[in-house]
Design a protein around this ligand. Structure first.
Ligand code: C5P
Length: 312
């Protein structure tokens, strides 16, 4: 009989995301808004390495263009919260030593913290050999944050509820994205609050918020792998409040759209701006044009897989 030795270090990876469509409904009693969103996982990854330890600790390092100076390494770090939640749920008595290599912009609206949490759940589950199973890991993911289940699942999916109730969406081919990073972050709750305040101020002029739904054109474009059609149907209700808080982002959107992007969209709650391009050549040209304007630029493709263990 062969026995499998317990691993001493586990390396996992989870992707960042772009919301190609995000409709925000009313604020609910739990402080969250009802959402209808279409997520796409893109090829910027958070890499987590987990090692046995008596305590819960985390170190963070940065990939190109990413500034990790604002990332906490104390108990407020979402990866520590994820590890502690799994330990408490499974009765694991020890801790874990985590290192995170971040390639997703911090506080950029691309779900970097959520990807850390998803990759940490998988890393600790594998390291501790808890055997809790995928459904339980997804349930714990939803407790950690609205975007964490998607970072776990990856691919292309529709999110409803807080964004955490996922149903897979059919998607064909690869989409080419160019990302303009900001040298500041935007707080997600602040952007949602700005949207609520705007809706309150303009109550008499704007139609009441209805049950949010993902536009059929978005789903059709994803199914067909048609970048032009997706560009025409992309939408984000958080874009207007993000631009209101950071007016300089409008010029970034205009610059991308006048340099070959099919369309630009503020990613999630921003401030990262995601440009969809027709093909790799236009993505490379746009990357050069935006870099020449002194913006920090990354390229990514999507959809990509969700959280997985990496064999080193
Ligand atoms: O779930 P997560 O911690 O990522 O959410 C951060 C904040 O974003 C929430 O505290 C809430 O203010 C806002 N949010 C929301 N409605 C959602 C998701 C997030 O209002 N569906």
């Amino acid at each position: 009989m062969t026995t499998v030795a317990a691993p001493t270090v586990v390396h996992t990876r989870a992707p960042g995301k772009i919301n190609v469509f995000l409709a925000v409904g009313d604020l609910q009693g739990d402080g969250y808004h009802e959402l209808a969103t279409a997520y796409q996982a893109v090829s910027l990854y958070e890499d987590v390495r987990a090692r046995h330890s008596d305590d819960f600790t985390v170190r963070v390092s940065a990939g190109p263009g990413v500034d990790v100076s604002g990332v906490p390494t104390d108990e407020s770090n979402l990866a520590i919260k994820a590890a502690r939640l799994l330990a408490a749920t499974t009765g694991w008595a020890g801790g874990v030593d985590l290192t995170i290599d971040k390639a997703v912009p911090v506080a950029g609206g691309m779900g970097g913290g959520s990807a850390d949490a998803a990759a940490t759940l998988l890393a600790c589950d594998t390291l501790w050999q808890t055997g809790v199973g995928r459904d339980e890991l997804l349930r714990l993911a939803a407790e950690l944050g609205a975007d964490v289940p998607f970072a776990f699942a990856g691919g292309t999916a529709v999110g409803t509820g807080r964004g955490d109730e996922l149903s897979p969406a059919l998607a064909k081919g690869q989409f080419q994205w160019v990302l303009a990073l900001a040298d500041f972050g935007l707080s997600t709750p602040t952007v949602y609050r700005e949207l609520d305040e705007h809706r309150r101020r303009h109550q008499s002029e704007i139609a009441p918020v209805r049950q949010p739904v993902v536009d059929a054109g978005v789903l059709q474009a994803l199914r067909a792998g048609d970048a032009g059609m997706l560009a025409d149907s992309m939408h984000n209700d958080l874009q207007a409040p993000a631009l209101h808080l950071e007016p300089g982002l409008s010029a970034v959107l205009e610059l991308g759209e006048s340099n070959g992007a099919l369309a630009g969209i503020v990613s999630g709650s921003g401030p990262t701006v995601a440009f969809l391009t027709a093909d790799l050549d236009s993505a490379l040209e746009l990357q050069i044009a935006l870099s020449a304007a002194r913006l920090t630029v990354l390229r990514a493709t999507g959809p990509v897989h969700g959280a997985r263990v990496v064999a080193d």
